[in-house]
Structures are given as C-alpha cells and as structure tokens.
Ligand binder design. Structure first.
Ligand code: NAI
Ligand code: OAA
Length: 312
C-alpha cells in the first residue's frame, strides 16, 4: 500500500484524509502540533472503517518521524485567512511553519513527492522547495485543480449541465489575479464560448477568481476545505497511480511561458515522479498580459519572502 502523509490535521488536511480513505488510495499519516487532535481524527475515521470498507490504515500523530518513507507528503499546516485578508497576509506565519515541516520532510521522507497547500500557495511552494532541496519536479502546489473545479461548477450551474462534462483550464498564481481560460474550456468538446456569452462568462470568471474569498466571507472563520480536500485527493491519486493526468498545478518554471525560477499555475502531466512535464499552451496577447500580471503578484510575494530573511 502506498503511504501518504498529511502535515496539518485541520480542515483541509482532515478532509483530504476523507477523500483518500473513501477511495482506499493509500495508508495515511496525519501530523499536527496540537496534542490529541490528529489522534482523535484518525480514530474517528477508523471507527467508520467497517461501514465504509476502509482497507487503508490511518495514523494520527504529533511525531514527524511517523512520515518516514512516505510516497507523497501533503503540506496543509498553517493558518487560514479571515474576511478582509489577502492570502499574501498569511505569509510570515505560514512560511515559518512550512520551513519546519519541510525540514522534517527532507529528513524522514527524502523520496516523497510534496504537494503544498498552505497559503500564499505559490510562495509557500517556493519556500518548501528551497528548504527540502528536492528535485524541482517533486515539489508542487495545489491550486489550479481547485480553481478549475470552481470554474467548472459555475459553468455547469449556469448551463444546468452535468458538472463532470465541463473541463476547464485556469493558469497563474493562486490569488485574485488567476487566469481562467475560456478558450481552453469545453463542455463535452463544445467550446464554452459557443454556449455562454462574453458578459455572462466574465461574471463566472470573476466568481472563480474570488471563489476562495466568497467562502471566507460566508464562513467568517477559516476558509474552504471540502473542494480543496477533494482537489488534494485527485492529485494524490494521479501521483500514486502514476496516471499521467493533465491538470493545472503550481509548478517550478524555468523559462516556460517566459517565467524564470518561480512557481506558477500551469497545465502539467502528473505521475509518480511528480510534475513530469509542463505543457505550454499558445496564448493570445490578452491572455499573456493577464498571466504576466498574475506572475508579477507571485513574484512580489517571493520578493517579500526574501526580505524576511535578508540581513537588516
Ligand atoms: N491551496 C489552496 O487552494 C488552499 C489553501 N488553503 C490553505 O491551507 C492552509 C490550511 O487551511 P485549513 O486546513 O483550513 O486550516 P486549519 O487551521 O483548519 O488547519 C491547519 C492545521 O495546521 C496545524 N499546524 C500548525 N503548525 C503546524 C506544524 N508546524 N506542524 C503540523 N501542523 C501544524 C494546526 O494545528 C492546524 O490543525 C491555510 O494556509 C489555507 O489558507 C486552504 C484551502 C485551499
Ligand atoms: O481562500 C482561501 O484563503 C483558501 C483558498 O486558497 C481557497 O479556498 O482557494
């Protein structure tokens, strides 16, 4: 049985466990700093095993050593935002948490593929890569799968069609500058631009961009976790089953799309080695301009990250 460890047994971490266990994908280890929390959640899940036919083991622990030899490690440790906050506002606290987790991952699970979830996503992915020292393709961020599924849902709702028939592509950083791409979005092969007019489409694009924020303002405490947990499970499945799925992920770019040495959401082929290939889509001038703005927002975040660690 493959082994997946989830750092952070909060809302996203514990929900990802649910989706992974329901599909019997892997043995799961949940690590959290809060004593008793991961243990309680693991036991609670195991109580459901006879009814839900779980054939996987679930361990809750406060000891990072238990992630030993994981195939995949998911990093969800960190604080979520509150209404009125931008994801970038979480950087200072979450970078420190991510660095500690990354050191443990490097020590105990040196061969793992790492999927970062904590926000600000593309910046925390960078910090995790630096701290683990892992190969570039073995560290990625989860964002595009979530952003695209939100776009898919909004389109399906608008057209009253089966959501699974909608396939969508969203590029860029995981923030309000993300770039949903109607030209690469289809309803069972039919370009969405044939089915929804430009004004209505623009509204769905805006709602996708602020999809996380909409939930933050409704919840008032914490942020989304059901769709994020499901997005994590989809990526875990693609990696451990070596599915070679084409999904948008935050991947380290070395010149692709014209960006150098930064994480950004792009379509990629996901398999057992992590990000096995980055797919470069031709973009119109308007799409490229929007992606440039999104890349700049991420780059500014990375510059802020550097300033935390520069002397003086
Ligand atoms: N990339 C994405 O699309 C999404 C990202 N997020 C982000 O994921 C993160 C987690 O969100 P939630 O699960 O809702 O938060 P949460 O507060 O429910 O859970 C976070 C957990 O991390 C734990 N933690 C803190 N420091 C730790 C450490 N050093 N080692 C292990 N565990 C530690 C906390 O005790 C807590 O249980 C947030 O930063 C949030 O913004 C959330 C949704 C989607
Ligand atoms: O909105 C947030 O802070 C959490 C998140 O990244 C999302 O749900 O997209």
């Amino acid at each position: 049985m493959p082994k997946v460890s989830i750092i952070g047994a909060g809302n996203v971490g514990a929900t990802a466990v649910y989706y992974i266990a329901e599909k019997n994908l892997a043995d799961i280890v949940m690590v959290d700093v809060v004593k008793g929390l991961p243990q309680a959640k693991a036991l609670d899940y195991l109580h459901a095993a006879p009814m839900r036919n779980y054939q996987v083991h679930i361990l809750g622990t406060n000891d990072y050593q238990d992630i030993k030899d994981s195939d995949v490690v998911i990093l969800t440790a960190g604080i979520p935002r509150k209404p009125g906050m931008d994801r970038m506002d979480l950087m200072k606290i979450n970078v420190d948490i991510a660095k500690k987790a990354a050191q443990a991952i490097a020590e105990y699970a040196p061969n793992a593929v790492v999927v970062v979830v904590s926000n600000p996503l593309d910046v925390i992915a960078m910090a995790t890569l630096q701290e683990t020292g892992f190969a570039l393709k073995r560290v990625m961020g989860m964002a595009g799968v979530l952003d695209a599924t939100r776009f898919r849902y909004f389109i399906a709702e608008k057209l009253t069609v089966w959501p699974g028939d909608v396939m969508a592509m969203v590029l860029g950083g995981h923030g309000d500058t993300m770039v949903p791409l109607p030209r690469y979005t289809r309803v069972n092969g039919i370009p969405v631009t044939e089915l929804i007019g430009p004004e209505d489409l623009e509204k769905l694009i805006d709602r996708t961009r602020t999809g996380g924020g909409e939930i933050v303002s409704l919840l008032k405490q914490g942020s989304a976790f059901y769709a994020p947990g499901a997005s994590v499970a989809k990526m875990v499945e693609a990696i451990i089953k070596d599915e070679k799925r084409v999904v948008p992920v935050s991947a380290y770019l070395r010149g692709e799309y014209g960006y150098q040495d930064m994480f950004l959401g792009v379509p990629a082929l996901l398999g057992k080695n992590g990000v096995e290939k980055i797919l470069e889509l031709p973009l119109t001038d308007a799409e490229k301009t929007a992606l440039d703005a999104s890349a700049k927002a991420v780059k500014d975040g990375v510059d802020t990250l550097r300033s935390f660690f520069s002397p003086g």
